[in-house]
Design a protein around this ligand. Structure first.
Ligand code: MN
Length: 251
């Protein structure tokens, strides 16, 4: 029997109380992966070498949303409005981005995920859109997360367009940070009306490395266009024999 593609979803951190704290992902991530034929597993942020060993067992990776990226990783000091940061998570995810790209493991980066992808590849972030951008629109929606709240323009020449099939798309929006200077190996594939980069992909077509600033996992259930992101991502996860994992060194 063919097994399902194993989709590793990077975990965020929650602290419910003294006895209940740890790794967390919103259930929309694993439900959407499962609904599209993948086998979701949640990856804790651990030592980067161990993170790579766990990624090497996966057929595809989702960089999930969550905490702000620590600005030390793009050589900046923290803005007063920066939220919680977890440098251990950043380091773990930076290592796994490089591993995934080097080994052609498909990667879907969501919200914070698109930000850490950009930082891992040498880009920088806007630390706080409301105070650092001129005439921003509202990117932190207060309506339900599965509802769309702003438009984005999708580039015709992109994998994103091939999946969504439209150049004007409605997205949900739950972020106060965004990509500032784009990493040299990424190209912008969607933008909002205030100029915020809303989606990127890797410049080499042979890779499925797609990042979106919105949360398609929360829209997918009621929006077949958003579900196609997951459908295509999981279809691109070729199941391969996992060998030689330990020979990879964190750079
Ligand atoms: Mn937005």
């Amino acid at each position: 029997m063919n097994r399902k593609p194993i989709i590793g979803i990077t975990g965020a951190y929650v602290n419910h109380n003294f006895h209940m704290e740890g790794v967390y992902v919103h259930h929309d991530y694993h439900n959407t992966v499962a609904a599209n034929g993948g086998l979701p597993i949640i990856l804790p942020y651990i030592d980067p070498q161990l993170a790579i060993e766990s990624v090497a067992l996966c057929d595809g990776i989702i960089l999930s949303g969550g905490e702000d990226v620590d600005p030390q990783f793009y050589q900046q000091d923290p803005h007063p409005n920066i939220g919680q940061t977890i440098p251990e998570r950043d380091l773990s995810e930076i290592a796994l981005v490089h591993y995934a790209l080097e080994h052609n493991i498909p990667l879907l980066a969501i919200c914070r995920g698109v930000q850490i992808l950009n930082v891992a590849l040498g880009g920088t972030l806007i630390q706080d859109i409301p105070t650092q951008c001129e005439a921003p629109i509202k990117h932190s929606q207060t309506i339900q997360r599965n509802k769309d709240s702003h438009f984005v323009k999708v580039s015709l020449d992109s994998k994103l367009y091939q999946m969504l099939g439209h150049t004007t798309v409605r997205v949900n929006s739950l972020h106060h940070q965004a990509i500032d200077r784009l990493a040299p190996t990424l190209k912008q594939t969607a933008v909002s009306s205030d100029g915020i980069i809303e989606a990127v992909e890797y410049i080499h077509d042979s890779h499925f490395t797609v990042g979106v600033q919105w949360h398609p996992e929360s829209m997918a259930k009621s929006n077949s266009m958003m579900n196609r992101l997951f459908e295509t991502f999981i279809q691109s996860c070729i199941i391969s024999d996992k060998t030689n994992i330990k020979s990879y060194k964190v750079f």
